[in-house]
Structure formats: C-alpha cells, structure tokens
Design a protein around this ligand. Structure first.
Ligand SMILES: [Zn+2]
Length: 291
C-alpha cells in the first residue's frame, strides 16, 4: 500500500490514471453501442434493426452478413445468432427534434433518436426497449409509465365486470402504433448489461428449442393454436384499410381531373381520339415485316 515504511509508493499508486482511462473507455463503448452498428461499426442509419439480444445494427450490414458470413471478420461472434431476416426486427425510431440532421455523428454526443413518450435521448444514459411485435422504440421509463396507467384503467374495467374476463388479459397496446404486445414476452431491452444479455440469450435459445415443433403444429392444428398472432395484428390492418380506401378515392379524383385536362394530342395517343391512324411508311406493318 505504501506510506507504511515497508514500501515506497510510486506514481502508479498515487495518481489515479487508470480509473480515468477506464472511464473514458466506458464512454467510448457506450457511444459505440448506441450510435454505431454493432456489426459494421458504421454510424447507425435507417433502416435500423435489432435482434433478440437487443443489439443495434444497420439493416444493410445484416443483409451483407447473411449473404456472406465472412463479409465481416468477427460477424459470427457478433451476430451468429441471426439466421435470417426473421431474427431481426426493423425499429421504428423517433428522430431527435432538437438535433439538426446535418450534424455528423462523429462530432457529437447527442443521440439522433429520442423516446417519443418522454423525449429522453437514446444515448445509453436511460435504458431503452423495443417492442418485438411492431418495432417501436421507447425509453423503459416512458413505456412503464404509459403501460401502468393503461393497465390500472383496465383493472378498474375488469373489476366492474368480473364475470366476463377479457380474452387476452396480458396484452398491452403499443402507445405509438396500437399494435398489441405482451409486456412479459415482447419487450426487448436494447444494449442490455452483460447479465441481462445472458438472460435474453437463454430466453432466445429456449424459444428456438421449441421452434421445430411449432412448425409441425402449424400444419396440424391451425385453428386452435393461432388466435394470438392475428389478434396482435388486428389493429393495423383495419387502420390501413381505411387509409387505403381514402387514398384510392383521392387517386380516382386525380385521375378524373387529369383526363379532363388532357390535350387532344395526348388523348389520341391513348386511343380515344379520331385521328389516331396516321401511319407512315416507317411505322406501317412494323410487326409483320419479318414474319
Ligand atoms: Zn408500436
């Protein structure tokens, strides 16, 4: 220890350089994890995906890796658990409204993304999660606040009609896109701690060990085993179909307007003009000339 007469302390014992270096290293690692693709180490850029272990990647890097597993030297170590695009989810991230888009990531410690619920930046200070059914990304605290508020409301509803338990008691609704998800199963921690990552890996392996059976089941039992999956997606298609109907109507109006203002020359090209048959020797019989 020094200073007890038994040994002479030198600079290493008195100056805390190592701790500082470790701190700087940790900050760099945090930046690397949250701002850069875990595989290619390039700045994260839309579309961004995440895996069952909550790592962040650029989707194009993952595609490159899946096409050629040797594309990145340590690809197998980083994402050997990704077997196909089905093992990753494209994330819906909220751009940071207070960050100018032109700022280079290398020069700033500001995150380009925030939690849409509490506007906290996604920079590694706050834990962030994504929902594996829809890919929306929230800060853990923001999601907890919203979900606990909605579930207490639900409990009140349930206590008023206790004879009729809801069919999916555990499912919550995504506060951003209204997709249903299970708070227990579908919330994935982004860039988890090593201990948390070990737990997530266990969960992933457990789920995968069930997979081959699942595909067999799907063939045999189609009606009783599946109600959960369609239910999760129900919210979106209904929204989409109404949007689709609206846009179809808008398109039809556009088309009518376009036809009304179409010039005669253009009309003749489309075949409803009367003077459409002005062939010359150049165009006449083009298709049969060599027959
Ligand atoms: Zn969502």
């Amino acid at each position: 220890m020094g200073n007890d007469g038994g040994s002479i302390p030198d600079r290493r014992d008195l100056v805390r350089t190592k701790a500082k270096a470790e701190q700087a290293d940790k900050a760099n690692q945090t930046r690397a994890k949250w701002f850069f693709c875990a595989l290619s180490k390039r700045p994260l850029q839309d579309p961004i995906v995440s895996c069952a272990l909550g790592k962040l990647y650029n989707k194009d890097s993952i595609l490159e890796y899946l096409l050629d597993k040797a594309a990145y030297g340590d690809g197998e170590r980083i994402c050997g658990h990704i077997r196909s695009l089905k093992d990753v989810k494209t994330l819906k991230l909220t751009p940071n409204p207070s960050m100018p888009p032109s700022v280079s990531l290398d020069l700033t410690s500001r995150s380009p993304f925030v939690c849409p619920l509490n506007l906290k930046e996604m920079n590694g200070v706050q834990p962030f999660v994504y929902i594996s059914t829809c890919g929306c990304v929230f800060s853990q605290a923001g999601l907890k606040t919203v979900v606990s508020a909605s579930s207490t409301a639900k409990e009140k509803n349930q206590s008023s009609s206790e004879s009729e338990p809801s069919p999916e008691p555990e499912l919550e609704i995504c506060p951003q896109c209204a997709t249903k998800f299970s708070l227990k199963e579908d919330v994935v921690m982004l860039n988890p701690s090593p201990e948390e990552e070990a737990r997530m890996r266990e969960k992933m392996e457990l789920q995968r060990s069930k997979e081959p059976k699942k595909s067999k089941k799907r063939k045999n039992v189609s009606s009783s085993d599946e109600p959960e999956a369609p239910a999760k997606k129900k919210a979106l298609p209904t929204m989409h179909s109404s949007i689709a109907a609206a846009s179809r109507a808008a398109l039809a109006m556009e088309e009518a307007k376009r036809k009304a203002t179409m010039s005669d020359a253009v009309k003749s090209l489309y075949g409803d003009g009367k003077s459409s048959r002005n062939e010359t020797f150049m165009t006449r019989g083009t298709f049969t000339r060599y027959a």
